[in-house]
Structures are given as structure tokens and as C-alpha cells.
Ligand binder design. Structure first.
Ligand code: ATP
Ligand code: MG
Length: 400
């Protein structure tokens, strides 16, 4: 049957009531569209009693463009499988899933409206005391149990096969690893940053290192990744955080997820130089961001190392020396992929509100200049910056 979008709110309500028994009083149901990303339709269905759920539907194209840019609907299956897998190991870190419909490319899930978009929270300089611990645990558990260290060899290979996501990976191969490092027509460059962007595109050492990182992204099937773990994919409040939007999931290098997340903390750091508000408060928040990165990495590596020591399915990978080497390598990959994410969010097609919301072109360029300097250092000096403390020193020096 050909795919069809819901043409009105009643069709959405009918779909929900016919497929799950969630609401007690169907007569008061209302639909609100939440779609604020680019790719899919997202709706909240709620009743008068305060109960609600979320319907996400994946069209065979990019929602904000339409038929002119087709995109595989297999991304709904990828997102569903990844949510399911995460729920098995970290149920508190994802919305509960109520229903998946492969034919209509629909997922019905828990409404996590009591959480806010982490990017928005960071722009408002909200401090979340448990965020580092919660994300570190999510990252360590999902990367470990999505790899050949936590899964039997056959299971891991099966996971690699069923997580093939060539179309969405190709988007990242282009907008993440290609465009930001050349004068590509898709790029969106602040005119006040033009000179720095031109110099960035001339840096051949940078291009070589990005190619090394890209080859790993394209060929290393180490662990099941979220694949797009920026702060807009994390929803949080003072007690909890949850991760959504897993359609870019595939088996790739574990440092890609940790790197993208860390990059988005650093992009907020750069934005804080020019976002509105008191200067001391903004500087204080920048310190909080660097402390949170450090705590996240310490907790992540501790948890990962415990998992390696106690639950590694392959005895040859339990060797203590190897485990130490592995975590150091993962840190270097994290820095490298963080540098690439910062680059693409600064001179590529998709910017982040932490910087893009700064109204003045020159003030925005000031934050973007710092972002490019940090990106370049992380990519080129990823083997020299050996710890979060050294990373914090590097960032502070570049910002001085
Ligand atoms: N389970 C949920 N509970 C509450 N709100 C949600 C939930 N899932 C999604 N949303 C809302 O819908 C928005 C879009 O969701 P999501 O990021 O999954 O869509 P997308 O179209 O895949 O986005 P993108 O184009 O960035 O990939 C989120 O920013 C959030 O506001
Ligand atoms: Mg998405």
C-alpha cells in the first residue's frame, strides 16, 4: 500500500484510537503539531484529563522540503530498533514506546513534555546537576552492549547487518565530513566570518585528519551509535534526561556519539561569549560546561572500564593494557569527531541556536571564530590533548 500522510487531525485521532488502548475518553482528544526538526512529522495527542502521547510519522521525503528531496522511510525502522534496544539496557533514558507500524512508518511513544530540549536549557544557562552522570551511563551502556565487547560475535554481526543505514550515513558523509572543509554551495557562512572560513578551507593538514576520521566513520562497525547525539536530541529536567530522534543510528566508531555530544557543549560555550545576559553569569556557565564535560568523561570511562572488566564476552579483549589503550583511543576519537561537528555547525548547512540566535553578525562571528579555532585544535591536536583537564586548558587559552 502506498504511503499516505495523515490529512487532518481526525485521521490522527482515529489512527491512535484504532491502534492502541491508551486514552479512556476518546471524545476529548486534541492534536498539536510539534514538528520542529527537518525530517518528520511529530504530533502530541492529548485528552482533557492531562493524558498525552506522541505520534512520529516518517514520510518518504524530507518534511521541510517535500517530494523534491526523497529520503528512505527505512529510517523509521532504524529509529524504532534503536529505541527498542536502548530501552532494553537503559529504559529510563528513552521515551516508552507504545506502538510501531512499519507500513505507515509511525511510532507512538511516551510524551516527555515534562522535559525540555537540552539546547534551549543551555542557551538559558540552566545547570543540571545529574546530567553528566545520566548521559555518561547512557553512553557507556549503549556503546558497550552495542559492540563486540558486550555482544557475542554473531549477535554483533547481526546487529551490524540490521543497522545498515546507507542513506542517512551518506547525508553525514556529505554535510558533516565534506562541506565544512571546502567552499561548498550548501554551506551557510556568516559574511563576517568569510576570511576565517576561507583560511579554514585552505588547511591541508585539517583535510587529511578529517579524511582519517571520515574513513573510520565509513568503515568501522564497532558499536551501535545514536548517530546524531546533539543537544537538541536530549531532553532534560532537574531530575532526569531522555534521548530521542535515533533515525541516524548505525554501527560506527563509538567516539562519534561522545564527540558529537561534547561538541554541542562546546558550541554553547562559544555562544555564551555573545548571548544576552550578565557577563559573570555567562562566564560561570562556561566553567560549568567544562566541568560537566570533565565529569561526563570521568564517569563514562569509569563505567565503560567496569563493563569491560566484568562483562566482556571475549577474553582477549579483557586484557588490562588493551583496555587502557582502548579508552585513550576513544578519547582521541571523541575529540576528533567533536572538532568535525563544531566545524559543520559553524560553516556548514545546519547551524545551532546557541550561536545562530546571536543577532548581531559581528558578535555572532566572534563566537564562530572561537568555534573554528577550537574545532581545528581538537582535530589536529587530538593525540596531544590527553585529558578533559587539558581540553579545558586548551579551550580557555583559545578564548583568552
Ligand atoms: N517523545 C516525545 N515527547 C515530547 N516531545 C517530543 C517527543 N518526540 C519528539 N518530540 C518533539 O518533537 C520535536 C521533533 O522531534 P524529532 O527531533 O524526533 O523529529 P525529527 O523530524 O526527526 O527532527 P530532525 O529533523 O532534527 O531529525 C522535538 O524537538 C520535540 O519537541
Ligand atoms: Mg530526526
Amino acid at each position: 500500500m502506498p504511503f499516505s500522510e495523515f490529512s487532518d487531525q481526525q485521521q490522527i485521532i482515529d489512527y491512535v484510537t484504532q491502534h492502541i488502548d491508551y486514552f479512556t475518553d476518546d471524545s476529548t482528544l486534541q492534536v498539536t503539531e510539534l514538528s520542529d526538526g527537518n525530517l518528520n512529522y511529530v504530533y502530541r495527542i492529548s485528552d482533557a484529563g492531562g493524558n498525552s502521547l506522541i505520534l512520529k510519522q516518517t514520510p518518504p521525503y524530507i518534511r521541510v522540503i517535500g517530494d523534491g528531496w526523497p529520503l528512505t522511510q527505512d529510517r523509521a525502522r532504524i529509529e524504532y530498533n534503536s529505541l527498542k534496544r536502548t530501552a532494553e539496557r537503559c529504559p529510563q533514558r528513552v521515551p516508552k514506546m507504545y506502538h510501531y507500524d512499519a507500513e505507515h512508518c509511525v511510532i507512538l511513544m511516551q510524551d516527555i513534555g515534562d522535559h525540555d530540549n537540552l539546547r534551549e536549557l543551555m542557551i538559558q544557562r540552566v545547570r543540571l546537576p545529574d546530567l553528566a552522570a545520566q548521559l555518561a551511563d547512557y553512553l557507556a551502556v549503549t556503546k558497550f552492549y552495542g559492540s563486540g565487547m558486550g555482544l557475542a560475535s554473531g549477535e554483533h554481526k547481526q546487529l551490524v547487518r540490521e543497522s545498515q543505514n546507507p542513506d542517512l550515513c551518506q547525508i553525514h558523509e556529505e554535510v558533516f565530513f565534506l562541506d565544512p572543509f571546502c567552499d561548498h554551495e550548501r554551506n551557510d557562512v556568516n559574511p563576517a566570518l568569510r576570511d576565517e572560513a576561507e583560511a579554514f578551507w585552505q588547511n591541508n593538514d585539517l583535510k587529511r585528519e578529517v579524511a582519517i576520521l571520515k574513513r573510520r566513520y565509513m568503515s568501522d562497525t564497532e558499536a551501535l551509535l545514536h548517530g546524531d547525539l546533539h543537544t537538541g536530541s536530549v531532553f532534560a529536567n532537574q531530575n532526569s534526561c531522555k534521548v530521542i530522534d535515533m533515525e541516524f543510528a548505525f554501527c560506527g566508531p563509538a567516539g562519534f556519539d561522545t564527540g558529537v555530544l561534547l561538541a554541542n557543549f562546546l558550541l554553547n560555550y562559544c555562544g555564551q561569549n555573545n548571548l544576552p545576559g550578565d557577563a559573570d553569569e555567562r562566564a560561570g556557565y562556561q566553567d560549568w560546561l567544562l566541568t560537566t564535560i570533565s565529569e561526563l568523561w570521568q564517569r563514562f570511562s569509569q563505567r565503560f572500564s567496569n563493563l569491560m572488566q566484568q562483562h566482556c564476552v571475549d577474553p582477549s579483549l579483557s586484557d588490562a593494557g588493551y583496555q587502557q589503550w582502548y579508552l585513550q583511543q576513544l578519547w582521541q576519537d571523541t575529540l576528533g569527531y567533536a572538532g568535525v561537528e563544531i566545524s559543520r555547525r559553524t560553516v556548514g548547512i545546519a547551524h545551532v541556536a546557541d550561536i545562530a540566535s546571536i543577532e548581531s553578525e559581528t558578535a555572532r562571528a566572534d563566537s564562530e571564530r572561537l568555534a573554528l579555532k577550537i574545532a581545528e585544535s581538537l582535530i589536529l591536536r587530538r593525540s596531544e590533548i590527553q585529558s578533559p583537564a587539558q581540553l579545558a586548558d586548551t579551550v580557555r587559552q583559545l578564548n583568552s
